[in-house]
Design a protein around this ligand. Structure first.
Ligand SMILES: Cc1cc2nc3c(=O)[nH]c(=O)nc-3n(C[C@H](O)[C@H](O)[C@H](O)COP(=O)(O)O)c2cc1C
Length: 366
């Protein structure tokens, strides 16, 4: 099976197979952002089978905290806990990659200092009750770029094999690339090329930290969402132009965040070509592309690996932490959450209640 083929990333780091655990927020860290014991158990349970575990998003500064119980990577005092997390993933036999992030205008005000949410521009998200954020000053932008570099240094010191820059799912990097949330007319905004400036400066800062601090190959991935529904909003054409530039940045992979691997454009009802195929066709010869989205069975993953070299699995590994091991031994995998197996699959509270109370998010066994 293709799933079990090894893969050498451009940095030289070798993955033992083609499947990664998708980054998933677990609400399990301590209030100060430090790693908790139940979080270590949760990760250990799903590590081992996959080539690499992508952790939940970790905030790079206090203003970027977007979830209760979020893991932090914004202070040196958090490094000992992060070290335990990397070690517990390694002990099971998977590489460990931490996702670094800033939530921007999507942060709940009560989670950030002085309720002061920020973004590229003072434009609220299009959702009920969204607060209008404050446009970041140039100094804050420069500092945030530094914070992504400093977070990368902490990831290296904690023993992670890499970082994934979270440029997807409507958070700060996407907010700068988006014509909806970025209406700036300084060097950080403008046309589609100019709107790449902030994410590219973050990439540069992360790369610099790796050059200065890593003494062995270190993975740098970039996650992006290819489209937005808003008008104006990110289009496939914008994303293909962005992918062209990202493909020249010596990244280890581009992770394309989609809820269904094969989905076509959500802005164009007549579109039929899967977005992932368009991106792979455009830049797949320059940078490895990773797909994701509702791939529950081994057959679906095998089929996806005909298009891209890497895939990540999210909910599948919540439902069945032994997914890879079972596929390897030709056993059938669970594709629906069994509420009676909460303890066996190790999804501690409050994660269990948070994910199970959102209708239709996690497929549930009748
Ligand atoms: C509980 C949960 C938390 C998530 N948190 C994150 C996150 O922190 N960062 C991120 O990039 N995506 C996050 N996602 C999205 C997943 O990485 C993935 O893209 C999505 O679940 C679709 O893949 P799947 O069908 O394999 O679950 C989360 C998804 C779930 C189910």
């Amino acid at each position: 099976m293709k799933i079990f083929d090894e893969y050498i990333l451009p940095s030289g780091v070798e993955l033992k197979n083609r499947v990664l655990m998708a980054p998933m927020t677990n609400f399990l860290s301590n209030e100060d952002g430090s790693v908790s014991l139940k979080e270590l158990d949760y990760y250990a349970r799903r590590s081992g089978g996959v080539g690499a575990v992508l952790t939940a998003c970790a905030n790079v500064n206090a203003q970027g905290k977007g979830f209760e119980g979020e893991i932090g990577i914004d202070r040196d005092e958090l490094i000992p806990g992060l070290r335990k997390l990397a070690a517990s993933i390694h002990e099971q036999g998977s590489k460990a990659i931490i996702q670094i992030y800033h939530g921007g205008r999507m942060c709940p005000p009560h989670l950030v200092p002085d309720n002061d949410t920020v973004s590229a521009s003072a434009i609220p998200a299009e959702r009920e009750g969204a607060k209008t954020p404050r446009a970041m000053t140039e100094d804050e932008i420069e500092q945030t770029i530094i914070d992504f570099g400093e977070s990368t240094r902490r990831a290296i010191e904690a023993g992670f094999d890499g970082v994934e820059i979270h440029g997807a799912n409507t958070y700060l990097l996407q907010q700068f690339f988006s014509p909806h949330s970025n209406r700036r007319n300084d060097q950080w905004g403008g046309d589609v090329q100019d709107r790449m400036n902030f994410p590219l400066a973050v990439v540069e800062s992360v790369k610099k930290a790796v050059t200065v601090h890593a003494d062995k190959p270190f993975i740098i991935g970039y996650r992006l969402s290819p489209e937005e529904r808003e008008q104006p909003g990110i289009t496939i054409d914008d994303t293909l132009q962005f992918a062209d530039v990202l493909a020249t940045q010596d990244l280890d992979y581009l992770h394309i965040s989609l809820s269904k691997f094969e989905q076509s454009s959500m802005r164009d009802a007549n579109a039929t070509t899967p977005v992932i195929k368009q991106i792979q066709h455009r830049v797949g010869h320059q940078v490895p592309v990773m797909g994701v989205g509702s791939l529950y069975t081994a057959e679906q993953v095998e089929q996806s690996l005909e298009t891209v070299p890497l895939v990540s699995l999210g909910r599948e590994l919540l439902i069945d932490p032994d997914w890879i091991q079972k596929v390897k031994s030709e056993e059938s995998v669970q594709t629906k959450m069994d509420p009676e197996k909460k303890e066996e699959v190790i999804i501690p509270e409050p994660m269990w209640t948070n994910i199970m109370s959102v209708p239709n998010w996690i497929p549930v066994k009748e």
